[in-house]
Design a binder for this molecule. Sequence first.
Ligand code: PLP
Length: 320
Amino acid sequence: MSNFLVIVCMPISGSVEASMNAKNANGVAFSDGRFVPVGEAKISVLDWGFSRSDVTYDVVHVRDGSFFRMDDHLARFERSMLGVRLTAPHSMAEIASIAERCVALSGLRDAYVAMICTRGSPRVFGSRRPQDCDNKLIVYAIPWIDVIPPDVQARGAHLHIASVPRIPPASINPAVKNYHWGDLTRGLFEAHDAGADTAVLLDRDGYVTEGPGFNVFIVRQGEVLTPDRGALEGITRRSVLELCEMLAIPARIAPLRKQDLLSADEMFCTTTAGGVMPVSRIDDHIMSGGKPGKLSSQLKSFYWEQHRAGWHQTPVNYSA
Ligand code: PLP
């Protein structure tokens, strides 16, 4: 496999930067070796990332001008690429500075920053061999996104247990962050049809996995539990487990079934794009009087307090 080589020249020239500044309110992307306003970033229709979902990615957030757990996101992105035999045409150190440059050029203080590696398209026209493809890197920074809108988080999200099972890990490894969202999207449609905000999916044996863009937790008799299978090893999930340890709250990764959700005292979801997001209802089971639970609210506040205290923060150099 020969890799797509791009020489990154940084910083980009003042005039390009100045012309971008007018257009960067919606974010900045790095694609095909250039920094461009996000609306101008393109992917070829022949890229297998588009036609086969042959792609992996990671998302890190910037809050108040600092990356959160950037090293952990880079490490997971590197593992994901290895897991599906993709090789980015840049080193991990270069990817980190490209991401920082996207944020700096956008001027965003709160941002959703994605790094994506696609298979690319074959060098030999018509080849069906993934080894013949030049892998591509795309990075972009866009304004902050909440997977569950803030007003819904404030009242506690309403979840629906989807009838569609999560793709089996033996087919698609959920620990490799991916765009195989067919099952999650079906779950979302089901949830919206049922009047819920979002969905949680079980595996084919009835064990709880995750939802569209988040991990799930329950609280049962003062203990915090998150599923042991079928899910991305979320960085926010790891953060919550660490925060529980700091607060001396018992927490554990364990097998969970549908009935565990339907009898939980509290429930919350976790993601980079939103943090700790309380749930107040799952199907017909209403928790904490239809409001965010006490422990969920405590963990949500503590998560953001720790951000402000500098926990795992890497300040963005906006003049780099
Ligand atoms: N599960 C899925 C399917 C996701 O897409 C995500 C994040 O996008 C998560 C879980 C949460 O992972 P993290 O906390 O690393 O953002």
